[in-house]
Design a protein around this ligand. Sequence first.
Ligand code: ADP
Ligand code: 5GP
Length: 202
Amino acid sequence: MGEKGEGLIFIISAPSGTGKTTLLRRVMQELSGLRYSVSYTTRPPRANERDGEDYHFISPSLFQKMVERDEFLEWAEVLGNHYGTVRKDLAILKSEGIDLILDIDTQGAKRVAEQIESTILVYILPPSLESLQERLTKRGLDSPERIRFRLANAKRDMEEARWYHYVILNDRIEETVEKLKAIIIAERCRKRKNALLEGKMR
Ligand code: ADP
Ligand code: 5GP
């Protein structure tokens, strides 16, 4: 939440099924000054998802056109679908001085961090691959075959956590919510350090 100037950008990544959606809903309810960056995707909406809120659901041909027009700050293919973050949306939100949450994968995180140095990278880990399998089963959205595919991807994906600034283990959800809130609050303090000192020392 920038009182002046640009807001912060927090990227949150995790293997599918780790609990990221649950976590981000909670943190956005409990902390003010945060805005969720709504991505564009070619994936069809799930039963509980709303266009314009969870994602902008678009056709593969429109996605391709947007790629050709260089409208994406980053885009990636994740588990067979395309996902992207639009430059314009991010620029508008950043200029409002609001802190942004980007729920994007590791490929996208790398692209954004290369272009915007101040990006804060947070990776959420499941307690184990067994618990990830349980959560994916409990979520009830995928076939057993699709769950095996997600688990194989999860192993590879977690290797990428090494270059993130923060890693949180999502064991008890209450604790995970508190840890992510603590990171956001600490980064806000760090950003305001100089402005605060200038004001006090004058
Ligand atoms: P993601 O967005 O990472 O794919 P979800 O938020 O949809 O994951 O969570 C997947 C499933 O795991 C959901 O049924 C959710 O209620 C459950 N879940 C999330 N966090 C935890 C946790 N810390 N402990 C146990 N179950 C969890
Ligand atoms: P899901 O289909 O489960 O909502 O998301 C699948 C994966 O795509 C998640 O890892 C999510 O973080 C990622 N994702 C969502 N939006 C974007 C985006 O705009 N860019 C990139 N690179 N990944 C995204």
